[in-house]
Design a protein around this ligand. Structure first.
Ligand code: NAP
Length: 494
């Protein structure tokens, strides 16, 4: 496999590089092209319109002149154009969506060509379909196919693993609820591509259920204690100061797939030519991950914000059900979403001013032995992942860092197969890469915040480059905002 890979002229092809997200992905990839420590030495751009690709490259290179990169025409509707392109590359970064419409021929051609594949899909039906139809072949030919390598769903996957690894000794989580909060002093806007993917997702929700019914059930992880109750539709999360509502994103589904893989392979997935030290690292990483019931909610500071999200959800849900309704909402996305999605996408200013925080509130048992006696969870651990704007900054950063991890650590990863990102990248240095990204990207790191509520309360805050840990001996009932200020102002504390 390595000998073949060496003969390929490109390390990475960005497919769909002319799209709204694609151009941001080019910009991110250029930062690592031909940098001495980077495994990315050769990069090509591909899509159906070479002029648009060249325009995206000019945009992504500003203020410098664009570098000389191969620009290759390839169209999803012409599978031979995909096959000949993918035979020339080690790795394809697929930014062509909606994935349910355009994704399968790309995966099929990658697997045929024996190339590795990452994408930024947030569409569970597409991901599960690829797993069903291409896993065996991809495993055989040595093509690693990993969807959801963007904001969907790497922060959720890393966030769940990070929180679950804080439950040390006899303690164990039972349930983990993520609260996503999007913040900006400008409008928070998504591009049409994401909106179209969401609308089409509503219309084919039944297909996903049908597909699952036809598959053999995968093993479920053993989680101590009873499953959590459903709770109210709108939750007032007082600790975080958020009104919250279930978010029908792909995160919980992707995390569940990773936990199912982990149940099947308790030591994780062996690399095809793994170094001994990595075998140890992988085993010790996964032995510390304790599964929990997981869900995601979107949170806003005001009840009005949640009501706006509900109205948008109802309008997409209702109109998405019929062909006429879909045509209507897809024609006027701004009107039907109260400005949350725009045909022209967000402005650069809007992108640059947005950030996200994702809190992971986990409840479980200080001593897992009491779980079987029917006791209620007695311990809570809260962690946080945060970063810049989700769609066009965080997503390209994550996709490119997944790509660099894959190129740099290929022998430590499975030979091939279709997997969610967590089970493949969990024991790699992806989390560190995202935290350290690069010095210009101080605002682009994912920072982690952790606090325990329990008998021995402790606070651990991971700042940009180092940990600050304080141990406090008495029960610590906290107000979150206050604690953050306290922690932020005590970075020199050890
Ligand atoms: N995971 C996340 O958090 C996240 C974040 C951002 C985006 N996304 C997803 O990424 C996808 C793209 O979003 P976007 O906003 O970038 O959409 P977009 O601006 O519409 O871009 C779509 C891209 O697909 C290309 N394309 C369409 N049909 C094609 C075909 N037949 N052959 C080759 N290329 C074709 C387009 O080429 P042309 O330029 O020639 O039209 C364009 O490059 C969506 O599914 C979205 O949900 C996910």
């Amino acid at each position: 496999m390595e000998a073949e890979a060496l003969q390929k002229p490109f390390d990475i092809v960005i497919f769909g590089a002319s799209g709204f997200t694609g151009k941001y992905v080019i910009r991110e990839a250029l930062k690592f092209l031909n940098v001495p420590s980077s495994p990315l030495k050769t990069l090509a751009l591909a899509g159906r319109n070479p002029d648009k690709l060249a325009q995206s490259l000019r945009w992504a290179s500003r203020p410098s002149d664009p570098p000389q990169l191969p620009i290759i025409k390839a169209d999803v509707a012409d599978p031979s154009s995909l096959s000949s392109l993918f035979r020339q590359t080690k790795l394809v970064l697929n930014c062509v969506g909606p994935f349910r419409l355009y994704g399968e021929p790309v995966v099929a051609a990658c697997v045929d060509a024996g190339a590795d594949y990452l994408d930024i899909s947030g569409e569970p039906e597409f991901m599960e379909k690829m797993e069903i139809f291409y896993h065996d072949k991809a495993s055989g030919v040595g093509s690693l196919v990993i969807s959801a390598c963007g904001f969907d769903s790497v922060p959720a996957e890393l966030g769940v693993m990070f929180n679950s690894r804080q439950w040390v000794g006899a303690s164990a989580p039972n349930q983990m609820q993520a609260y996503l909060s999007l913040e900006s002093d400008k409008r928070i806007v998504g591009n049409f591509g994401t909106f179209e993917s969401a609308v089409l997702g509503v219309s084919s929700a039944g297909n996903l259920q049908e597909m699952r019914r036809m598959r053999p059930r995968r093993p479920r992880p053993v989680i101590p204690g009873p499953p959590p109750s459903k709770g109210s539709t709108i939750e007032h999360q007082k600790q975080l100061g958020l009104w919250a509502l279930k978010l029908p994103s792909s995160d919980a589904i992707v995390v569940r797939r990773t936990l199912a893989s982990l149940t099947e392979h308790p030591h994780g997935l062996p690399g095809y030519n793994e170094r001994d030290d990595h075998v140890e690292k992988r085993k010790s990483f996964w032995s510390a991950v304790k599964p929990a019931h997981f869900g995601v909610k979107i949170g806003t500071k005001s009840l009005f914000g949640i009501l706006k999200i509900i109205l948008t959800g109802i309008s997409i849900g209702l109109f998405g059900l019929t062909a006429f309704g879909r045509r209507l909402v897809l024609k006027y996305p701004e009107f039907f979403t109260g400005g949350m999605f725009r045909k022209t996408g967000p402005t650069e200013e809007e992108v640059n001013s947005a950030t996200f925080k994702m809190w992971f509130v986990a409840q479980g048992y200080g001593d897992v032995g009491v779980a079987s006696s029917g006791s209620k969870p007695d311990t809570e651990i809260v962690t946080r992942v945060s970063g810049p704007e989700i769609g066009y900054i965080t997503t390209p950063i994550i996709l490119v860092q997944c790509a660099l991890t894959l190129l740099g650590e290929r022998a430590n990863l499975p030979k091939g197969g279709v997997y969610p990102p967590g089970i493949v990248f969990g024991p790699t240095d992806l989390q560190q890469r995202l935290q350290q990204n690069d010095k210009e990207l101080d605002d682009c790191l994912l920072s982690y915040y952790l606090t325990h509520l329990g008998k021995t309360a402790g606070i651990l805050y991971q700042s940009r480059w180092h940990y600050v840990v304080t141990q406090i001996s008495s029960y610590f009932h906290w107000h979150l905002e206050k604690e953050l200020i306290y922690l932020d102002s005590s970075l020199s504390f050890h």
